[in-house]
Design a protein around this ligand. Structure first.
Ligand code: ZN
Length: 56
């Protein structure tokens, strides 16, 4: 199953969810209601980290 990486816009916490699963409204780390950004690596240029550094 493909996993997507989401990053909290407030504290930078990242979570992995299966594709098709929406991120939670509230971050489990900072407990704030925040916007999760999808930072999943889609392009080869982002290397081996599994995240796109341009979005970091
Ligand atoms: Zn957070």
């Amino acid at each position: 199953m493909e996993k997507l990486t989401w990053k909290c816009g407030k504290c930078g916490n990242t979570i992995e969810l299966e594709a098709g699963v929406a991120p939670p409204e509230s971050c489990p780390s900072c407990k704030q209601k925040c916007d999760f950004l999808n930072v999943t690596c889609y392009v080869p240029e982002c290397g081996i980290q599994g995240q796109d550094p341009r979005l970091g």
